[in-house]
Design a protein around this ligand. Sequence first.
Ligand code: NAI
Ligand code: 13P
Length: 364
Amino acid sequence: MSQMFPVTVLGGGSFGTALATIAAENGYPVTLWVRNAELAQTINETRYNPRYQPDLKLPESLTATSDLKAALTGAELVFMSIPSKGFADVLAQARSYLTPDQILVSTTKGIEANGFKLMSQILSEETGSTHIGVLSGPNLAGEIAKHQLTATVIASEDDQTRSRVQQVLGSHYFRVYANTDIYGVELGGALKNIYAIAAGMASALGMGENTRSMLVTRSLAEMSRFAVSLGANPMTFLGLAGVGDLIVTCSSPLSRNYRVGQALGEGRSLDEAVDALGQVAEGVNTVRLVKHKAEAMGIYMPLVTGLYEVLFNDHDPRDIAHLMMNNQQSTDVEFVLPREEVIKSAQKVARMPAVKASGDQTHE
Ligand SMILES: NC(=O)C1=CN([C@@H]2O[C@H](COP(=O)(O)OP(=O)(O)OC[C@H]3O[C@@H](n4cnc5c(N)ncnc54)[C@H](O)[C@@H]3O)[C@@H](O)[C@H]2O)C=CC1
Ligand SMILES: O=C(CO)COP(=O)(O)O
């Protein structure tokens, strides 16, 4: 590969545009593919993406196009920043222009309904490439566009993929850490969207900081339980793509998932909340998919189950919160004290005769 090799970003939404800008600022020739030819022209003429990043001035080394073949021909590193609903579609269109030595990196934080697949699995199945990676972390696009100091994770089993992405995106305001647990990193990004909806809802309902802290920490327990059951490494959840992304998305109204939760907490319907957003909130679909997957696999996920009832069965979030507070007592960190042990010992205690007060014994 040449020093400043061509980089392509598929998807000119808020994140694709922010990412393309970092690479272009680092001196790489970047092509941003958008499906709308008029938008490509506007970007090239004005140097702005008015719908998704209206305040971000785009570098001269960034060129937009709606021609997928032109976007991919000669690109050595390709980022896919397409919402999960359109990911497989765009890849199917792109496949005939891809070559085996290209590096393919998904930035999508969602799950494909058909077969419960993550984007890296779709990339791998559809292309057979060995240069596949996932980029995920606490990365609010609006903050990246303002050059706020930010860190992310590139996960790949391929060391060339990890190093190239660190080289292309690492900058004075964007730091790229490496991981090999592609599945854990990708699941972290997808699952935290669920809990961001719950956190936005809790905030709109006036719940306090103790509640937020409980919610974030129990979300971490729940998402790592699910991910580990699917083969991820629990340690990944201690990193930026786990707890890091969970913290930012559960605390900031810049997160679209958080905003959907806020709107629901304010009494709006799910349709109204999603329509008002005008951008993707992956968590809505992820709640549905994870609820069914967890049920099928017998994984205990009370937060997902409760949120599902609020989103899709019109249950009152306050009632669900109270129900959860009255659930069976559980363990703090189940990798230290397993849940089953807590449940077993609670059952044992329940079967024991009541302890007599010491005064009673002296009178017997
Ligand atoms: N915005 C953010 O802060 C971050 C977003 N992400 C993830 O990146 C992915 C993309 O998100 P955003 O850029 O924020 O979304 P967005 O809602 O801002 O933009 C989505 C973009 O994808 C395009 N698109 C949608 N369906 C398409 C299809 N079928 N074919 C071609 N283009 C299509 C839209 O035209 C638009 O340009 C999501 O999975 C999101 O979770 C990841 C990190 C941060
Ligand atoms: O993934 C994100 C931040 O890391 C963006 O979250 P939203 O999709 O909720 O805006």
